[in-house]
Design a binder for this molecule. Structure first.
Ligand SMILES: Cc1ncc(COP(=O)(O)O)c(C=O)c1O
Length: 490
């Protein structure tokens, strides 16, 4: 956290509020004209100032796509706060940054190493660029039914087989808070001459408190894509993309960002990035200190309850897990026979607690700059009540399923995406090429990606999976029994 600039500055917020205070006659887009055309019910509820800030590239407000003024200054402050060389505001979420970054690193026919369980924006990046994915799987923590980290030795071995790969994409921390050995992965990538892109959608707060795992940029990543809205307090959809070192082609990145982002970027979102960066840079350490104390105390109290597990530091050292993000409470009641989806629903319906999501084992409760002790107290109360109510009544859930071998890729994700497709029953899918992903939970690794051959082992696995009453993610039809496949040429 060696910041050199005055991080209390908020140049874009200042420029926008200054513009609004001049009360100009608005003949610019958007049509609501600084709030006057907004539905009165919404104005009553939200207040007028937020709408006055919904502006376009008017005098003094710079232009995201050719930043030279207030936006450029705000982006430079972000670069300083995160230790990057260049930072770019993203108004279409980290998703658009990931697509732009992948397209910058690998073009049609070039290889890039990506995690098999990557976010769907990675798949869209592959579709857009035409790059060939070389998939690497995270290790599986079988006992916990959880995806662990990616092994640096596995990455090195994979790179040795794919020496022409242009780079590596990796996620840390995961949605469940699991951190990889990012230093090891970055070093392997650079030794092999590749470019390293870090997906820090869930890990941008880590830059502001030394008790948290180190951010990828500090470890030498060439590019980091971060959902500031998820973890550092900006508005939904606002993210940052950072670049460090000389490996990324900046001209190409800029042109890709222009194409993946709206030509009418929201100033409300951009201002929220300016303010969230300033807040985290100046107060983040204390804010995070409070969150860490609060969540660690809750983790301890909840873990002591009958039938309740909460993920934490004890995972470190297993399944290539190098760290754990404490600023989330990932709770399992599987020993009480309650799966994560059900726990999610119980918390919502009986206790009015909205968690982030539930999967087979876990319910993920994410904390953030706005979390309060009383929120955590309510969660503790609810989980205590659930634990007491269900004790000893149900059969614990377990998972020890073998996954089918990764099938061969017949065509690229891009070719699969743009080909004619048809739906076939899973019993008739053997030998066809998948046009979709199929992701079973646990552990959240796709058994099938677009362009891959549907093997007998995959059909058998899906049969057992669906018969057990579970649902996989990624389905393109309402019916879990049918799979989108590439149409056969007549
Ligand atoms: C690991 C990961 N990467 C990227 C994204 C995309 O982020 P955003 O929602 O900011 O577009 C997500 C969103 O959930 C994610 O979980």
């Amino acid at each position: 956290m060696n910041m050199k600039k005055d991080q209390s500055k908020t140049p874009l917020f200042d420029a926008v509020t200054n513009f609004v205070s001049k009360n100009p006659t608005p003949f610019f887009i958007p049509a609501h004209k600084m709030g006057r055309g907004i539905d009165p019910r919404w104005l009553d509820f939200a207040g007028e100032n937020i709408f006055k800030m919904d502006l376009s590239e008017v005098n003094g407000l710079d232009d995201l796509h050719e930043a030279r003024g207030a936006i450029s200054e705000a982006q430079d402050l972000a670069a300083d706060a995160f230790g990057a060389d260049h930072s770019y505001f993203l108004i279409n979420g980290t998703s658009c940054g990931i697509v732009a970054a992948i397209c910058t690193v690998a073009s049609e026919g070039q290889k890039i190493i990506v995690p098999r369980n990557a976010h769907k924006s990675v798949v869209f990046g592959l579709i857009t660029s035409g790059a060939i994915p070389v998939y690497i799987s995270a290790e599986i923590h079988r006992e916990k039914g959880l995806l662990g980290g990616v092994s640096k030795d596995k990455l090195d071995a994979l790179y040795a087989e794919n020496k022409d790969a242009k780079g590596v994409f990796a996620v840390s921390p995961s949605y469940h808070g699991v951190c990889c050995d990012m230093q090891g992965l970055i070093d392997v990538t650079h030794e092999r001459g590749g470019i390293f892109i870090a997906d820090e959608a869930h890990g941008n707060h880590v830059y502001f408190n030394e008790k948290l795992s180190r951010g990828a940029l500090a470890l030498g990543a060439d590019c980091a894509c971060q959902s500031i809205h998820k973890m550092s307090g900006s508005l939904t959809q606002s993210s940052l993309l950072h670049v460090k070192g000389g490996r990324m082609n900046l001209g190409r990145l800029k042109s890709n960002l222009q194409m993946t982002q709206s030509t009418s970027p929201s100033y409300i979102l951009q201002v929220s990035l300016d303010l969230a960066r300033s807040r985290m840079a100046t107060q983040g350490r204390d804010i995070l200190e409070r969150l860490i104390i609060m969540s660690n105390a809750a983790r301890k109290e909840l873990s002591a309850l009958p039938g309740i597990e909460v993920l934490g530091d004890d995972l470190i050292g297993e399944a290539e897990i190098a760290g754990y993000d404490p600023v989330r409470l990932v709770i399992s009641a599987r020993k009480l026979g309650i799966d994560g989806y059900t726990l999610y629903r119980i918390l919502r319906d009986r206790y009015n607690i909205e968690s982030e999501f539930g999967d087979y084992f876990y319910t993920v409760c994410v904390m953030g700059v706005g979390s309060e002790q009383e929120d955590v107290d309510r969660l503790i109360f609810a989980i205590k009540d659930i634990s007491a109510g269900y004790k000893g009544q149900c059969k614990p859930l377990s998972w020890d399923e073998a996954l089918p071998p990764t099938p061969p890729m017949i065509i690229t994700p891009r070719a699969a995406h743009f080909s004619e497709r048809t739906f076939v029953h899973r019993n008739e899918a053997k030998g066809r090429v998948s046009a979709q992903m199929i992701v079973p939970y646990p552990p959240g690794i796709p058994v099938l990606c677009p362009g891959e051959l549907i093997t007998e082992e995959i059909c058998d696995f899906l049969d057992g999976f669906i018969r057990s009453g579970r649902h996989f993610h990624g389905s393109e039809s309402e019916n879990q029994d049918s799979i989108a496949v590439v149409s056969e040429r007549k």
